[in-house]
Design a protein around this ligand. Sequence first.
Ligand code: SAH
Ligand code: SF4
Ligand code: F3S
Length: 432
Amino acid sequence: MSKKLFIETLGCAMNVRDSEHMIAELNQKESYELTEDSSEADLIIINTCSVREKPVQKLFSELGVFNKKKKEGAKIGVAGCTASHLGKEIIKRAPYVNFVLGARNVSKVAEVIHKDRAVETEIDYDESQFAFKDFRSSLYKSYINISIGCDKQCTYCIVPHTRGEEISIPLNLILDEVENSVKRGAKELFLLGQNVNNYGRRFSGKHEKINFTELLRRVSEVEGLKRIRFTSPHPLHMDDEFLQEFAKNDKICKSMHMPLQSGSTKLLKDMKRGYSKEWFLDRAKKLRELVPEVSISTDIIVGFPGESDADHEDTLDVMRQVGFEQVFSFKYSPRPMTEAENYTDVVDPQIASKRLAEVQELHNDTLDRLKERNLNKVVEVYFEELRSDGFVAGRSDNNLLVKVKGSEELLGRFKNVRINRLSRLSFEGEVI
Ligand code: SAH
Ligand code: SF4
Ligand code: F3S
């Protein structure tokens, strides 16, 4: 009889892929069935995120609940970025935790479940972590790592400390994964890394050295593959060659993440982002010129130490000029091991909240204005999710979330859809 596994995945797409990897590793030795009820699981894993403080605080209360409700003999493991950064501290605070597995050590999951209180958090390079075993949470699209870690040192960010130095995965391994997932029926894929367009920065050994633009070309040659998405690219590395490839390669979906963080050149310098307000605006303008239908998403941090009203105004100004189709905005959260943790010119939390609300209001205004443009538009949708309310949902090439009334027959298929109902975040339409 197979065992039951409850796995909760927090954080970014890399964690989603790491969870898939853990499931696959576990299934190599014993068969596990996924469950959404932690109280019937034999193994409970939380794959954690450390990027802001709140989820870290929540971890211990959540662990307490899992421990109380778990069935007898069940094991609990903490994996991911908080595991990397807190390490054995987790077992000190929650002694019932059976193992701690850093973000760079997830391939060891099948080993550590049989040990007593194992803590694996080193961030040395280990090539076995590239050989991701096959488990995919979606039949229709695949997540594929192209690099791990991050060599940037943005002063607010903990990720380089949790995921270690940046290493690009050799092209032949990436192409193997792409081909395998296409063979299994996935027509769309997501290339993942903290800095995807810095691909080629450092390889583990003697491997063909190519850059991200070339990687995109090579991946797009795989037969049967229809769509390529990627996250996250860095604005600093958006050179003309990359933007031109993005524009002319039909398989690359026309939605781009351009993480701004702040619109103020002074703050960008304090954050060590490596670009100015003007560079960012220039890249966004060039992108919209080359690809008029592109949708641009961004990340914004408000209340970074030293942020003045004028700096905040610069952020709003960039938002107005670019008109982002999607904005993920956060209040700055001081993180251990980062440079900005020691900055003293802290922004009053109430002012930070007010600025966050202003960013969100401005974005909502933009969405209200933009959504009208989509009425009666015909877009090609790749359907990937069957909902319980009789709708099937998917995304257009430029990342509009579109749902239609329908059944599972639509799953994994491309259809032209005329949009006939609008809302801020999703659209309803009918297949034509
Ligand atoms: N590699 C990506 C970011 C990964 S972290 C990039 O460079 O864009 C995802 C997002 O979390 C970041 O873009 C940033 O907006 C936010 N973030 C990171 N550290 C943060 C912190 N200390 N406080 C608040 N938000 C933070
Ligand atoms: Fe963090 Fe900056 Fe690296 Fe992104 S590029 S993961 S924000 S250090
Ligand atoms: Fe979070 Fe780690 Fe991703 S800190 S955002 S899970 S890289």
